[in-house]
Design a protein around this ligand. Structure first.
Ligand SMILES: C[S@@+](CC[C@H](N)C(=O)[O-])C[C@H]1O[C@@H](n2cnc3c(N)ncnc32)[C@H](O)[C@@H]1O
Length: 390
């Protein structure tokens, strides 16, 4: 093995410091994960990354930049692949996940050294390297839709002596060749759990994925396979991954259909329209009801929020007046903001539950049922059967 780590002196002290930061951020029972962070050269997987400047342009940061090595060992996500969309805009299609988040997920999955693990979203290959250190190369399977990503990840892993099974393809179908798996981890978000993942998981196995039913609506959910269902809860802390793509290119933006209705409803609200000011009710509003896809800032001071859904419905929420009231306008076939109001009311009535009180059950027909505290609990909502990204 040609050791690429010898050409960058100083990396192991930085990796040890990163492991210390991760240990401060995440309560890891299993110290072997920290050892994997300490011994895995992240700079081999991130030979360059992209950083947006104040004007929105992307700078490339590589070994020629004095900040490169230091940045690579910070506990930060790093953008590693950009593609250009049909309007000429650069779109992020891959990144190296924030290490503390990665470790939080690996820890939550309770991965034992003998487990076979499938990763959806190989990206740089860094997480696959951590898995190889922990479980051995033969137990690690990883798939990405980006052919170039997989080929570079394979080369980098091989340079370090790792030969996990890597595939190019749509991870929404899992990776049948290596099934069954004891654990499945996805590092891209999905609107529903693909049935192939359930089928490729052993009974009692665990699956961890970022379920996002709409714009910012959802979180990491940890599901166990039972003979007749997948079931589990959301993790207490919110996180967000990039959405799964259905092609090795940028997914074309889907424009909302033009509203047939000119009728505009006006009302007042006291709810802050920024999703992150109430992420659980924001999810409940969209779970099984409406999926918001468009988001924009409006008004002379950019303090008005506008949301839209693909059926042409939209709502616009203005800044608060002196009493905290905001003007709402809604148009299109459905009253989007009304759903948000209902979800907030219900969430308040139940004592403002956090993510870890919200659970999910998925039955073989693909129905996703959201519940509070117990599978028969209140707050029940049903999401559409899993179809994968459309
Ligand atoms: C956050 S990055 C992965 C980070 C990676 N685990 C690492 O350690 O570098 C998300 C990845 O998901 C991949 N992805 C998106 N849609 C996919 C799909 N349908 N199937 C498989 N991979 C997909 C992207 O190409 C991207 O590389």
């Amino acid at each position: 093995v040609n050791d690429p780590t010898t050409t960058t002196p100083g990396w192991s002290a930085l990796a040890a410091e990163l492991a210390r930061k991760v240990a401060d951020a995440v309560d890891l029972g299993d110290l072997t994960w920290l050892d994997a962070v300490r011994r895995t050269p992240r700079h081999v997987f991130v030979p360059r990354f992209y950083r947006q400047d104040g004007r929105g342009d992307w700078d490339t940061i590589g070994p020629g930049d004095p900040s490169w090595l230091d940045s690579v060992y910070q506990d930060m996500p790093l953008v590693t692949a950009l593609l250009t969309d049909e309007r000429g805009h650069k779109i992020v299609v891959s990144s190296s996940t924030k290490p503390a988040l990665m470790l939080r997920m690996l820890h939550a999955l309770d991965i034992e050294p003998h487990h076979r693990v499938l990763e959806i979203g190989t990206g740089t290959g860094y997480n696959a390297a951590l898995l190889c250190r922990h479980n051995g190369d033969d137990a690690v399977f990883s798939i990405d839709i980006g052919a170039d990503l997989v080929s570079t990840a394979r080369t980098r892993l091989a340079e370090l002596g790792h030969t996990p099974t890597l595939r190019v393809g749509d991870g929404m179908r899992g990776m049948p060749g290596g099934a069954p798996y004891d654990r499945i981890i996805a590092t891209c978000s999905v609107p529903a759990i693909p049935s192939d993942w359930t089928e490729q998981l052993v009974d009692g196995g665990l699956l961890l994925v970022d379920l996002k039913v709409g714009l910012h609506a959802g979180n990491l959910v940890l599901l166990r396979r039972h003979p007749d269902r997948l079931e589990g809860r959301f993790l207490p802390k919110w996180a967000a991954f990039m959405s799964a793509r259905d092609r090795d290119a940028v997914t074309p933006t889907r424009a909302p259909s033009v509203s047939q209705s000119d009728a505009i409803t006006q009302s007042m609200t006291r709810i802050d329209p920024d999703p992150w000011s109430g992420l659980v009710p924001w999810f409940l509003a969209q779970a099984g009801e409406i999926a918001l896809s468009g988001y924009g800032l409006r008004g002379p001071n950019l303090d008005t929020r506008r949301f839209s859904s693909l059926d042409g419905s939209w709502c616009q929420v203005g800044p608060p007046d002196a009493d905290g009231n905001r003007q709402v306008s809604e148009g299109g076939p459905r009253r989007l903001w009304l759903k948000v109001e209902h979800a907030h009311r219900e969430w308040n009535e139940h004592g403002q539950p956090g993510w870890d009180r919200i659970g999910l059950t998925i039955t073989p027909d693909g129905t996703h049922r959201v519940w509070l505290d117990t599978p028969n609990g209140t707050l029940r909502r049903s999401l559409q059967p899993a179809t994968g990204p459309t």
